[in-house]
Design a protein around this ligand. Structure first.
Ligand code: PLP
Length: 287
């Protein structure tokens, strides 16, 4: 396959970066995980916008315009002859010396990988997943705001490990005040009495593009969405719980901290939202 790296397309075997890249040395950089359906890149505009917001926040200058990056993402998909793809767009601070100082890195490094999508097992969607609450917190009180999609994913990885060690599929994350914010790499929704609830991003969550897609499609399904803070208790007693993310799409959660959610199977609202999501990913996208 072909990877876009430092201004050119190279074969994936030849696509390597310097050990002096600050993305590797310090996690100094930002990224996006994007998806293409039937050759259409889903909500590429919002992904590019979020990338630029993340970069601005950490004073990282992206050496391309949003229009150029849009075209480069589409070109990467085309060159690999992919119709359904998972795309990784990464911008690092670039190569410098071993010091922290980002100003010793003359130019940001950009690379784009597009791969055949490896779907999650179907059973995950049919049966739903089990989650725990992570002890690791995610908080906007950190210097690194969770709204920044940075290359520093160690916190998220520790959260994912907690889930694995507990024999669960995912972990639900709380902020410093104990409010539920998101999963290790997905946003969270509850369904209660036919209303959708999701935490406001300011509590300490990424402004997920799939989350926004669900907010956008809800009115057509006659569903109200409320962005309100909620706690573990609200999760336990919800009728339905689901997670949203680019790779995962809409994943039903049927158990949290050993509490069975609803009937213990993916609920009707989650199924309707998932079906509506499947429709829109095929309807709007860029090539
Ligand atoms: N939260 C975190 C921490 C993430 O890394 C992701 C994945 O990108 C999400 C939420 C879901 O966001 P999106 O729907 O834009 O993929």
């Amino acid at each position: 396959s072909q990877v876009f790296l430092d201004g050119e397309f190279v074969s994936s075997d030849a696509a390597s970066v310097s050990v002096f890249d600050h993305g590797l040395l310090y996690g100094d950089g930002v990224f996006e995980g994007i998806r293409a359906y039937d050759g259409n890149v889903f909500r590429l505009g919002p992904h590019i916008d979020r990338l630029f917001r993340s970069a601005k926040s950490i004073l990282l200058e992206i050496p391309y315009t949003p229009e150029e990056l849009t075209e480069l993402v589409c070109e990467t998909v085309r060159r690999n002859h992919l119709s359904s793809a998972y795309i990784r767009l990464v911008v690092t601070r670039g190569s410098g010396d071993l010091g922290l100082n980002p100003y010793n890195c003359p130019k940001a490094r950009v690379f784009i990988i597009a791969e055949q999508l490896s779907m999650f097992p179907k059973a995950l969607y049919e049966q739903g997943i089990r989650a725990i609450t992570a002890a690791t917190r995610r908080t906007r009180g950190d210097v690194l705001n969770p709204k920044i999609k940075s290359l520093n994913y160690l916190n998220n990885i520790l959260i994912k490990m907690e889930a694995m060690h507990a024999g669960a599929n995912e972990a639900i994350v709380l902020n410093h005040e104990g409010y539920v914010v998101e999963g290790s790499g997905e946003n969270i929704f509850l369904v209660r009495d036919g209303v959708l609830f999701t935490p406001p991003a300011y509590l300490g969550a990424l402004e997920g593009i799939t989350r926004q897609a669900v907010i956008d499609l809800a009115p057509a399904l006659g569903l109200e969405v409320r962005q309100e803070p909620f706690t573990q208790h609200d999760v336990y007693v919800a009728d339905e719980v689901f997670l949203t993310g680019t790779a995962a799409e809409i994943v039903p959660v049927v158990e949290v901290d050993r509490r069975v959610i609803g009937q213990g199977v993916p609920g009707p609202v989650t199924k309707r939202v998932h079906a509506a999501f499947q429709d829109i990913v095929r309807a709007d996208g860029v090539r």
